[in-house]
Design a protein around this ligand. Sequence first.
Ligand SMILES: [Zn+2]
Length: 208
Amino acid sequence: MKLYRFCSGSICKLFAGGLHGDEGLYTASVLEILAEEADMAYDADIIIAPAITTGTRYISVLSEAYYHTVEGMILTGLIKRYKPRFYFELHAYSEKSYARLTNPDREKIEGVPPFVDLGNHVLIGSIAPILRDALFSTEDFCLTIELPNWELQAITEAVLEILQPGLRCRTRTELLAQLREMYPDALERAEKLFYHFYRATASELEPF
Ligand SMILES: [Zn+2]
């Protein structure tokens, strides 16, 4: 597995793509571009894994079983080793999965909130609760981005525009402010879903 590390600060930011199945074939092309931009100019320890796997059996990251697979253990190994305060998880999905991933009833069906469409089939949402609760603190920023695999070229730039503030921003508040400015409606929806899921309010918890 290819891993980029740009070390110039104390805060760690991890960008991990391709967690299962063949998603890595799609996430790698975006994260390889990000890696070209992630030089030492940023005051952070930046780790980029463009594709943890490119061809394994698809096991959902919502299931405990995933974290016992080789790819699941590589992922948790990276998180345990680098203890990122900013964590971006990139997946890719096919057109037929769109309805399931964005289903308003997804919490009833799959136990997690639906993803929110940024308006270009790029979906954002929280990471798997099983992972968030085990390896991150409430102070950490954790975001899942789902890339539409059938129109990757069209959305690459837009995804990089979300990830670049992740490289630059020093605080979670600063990063959230930038994301809200870019996608006000989608962020508002995603934040509401986050608070609803965690039964919390904005005064108690920062989103994602
Ligand atoms: Zn996935």
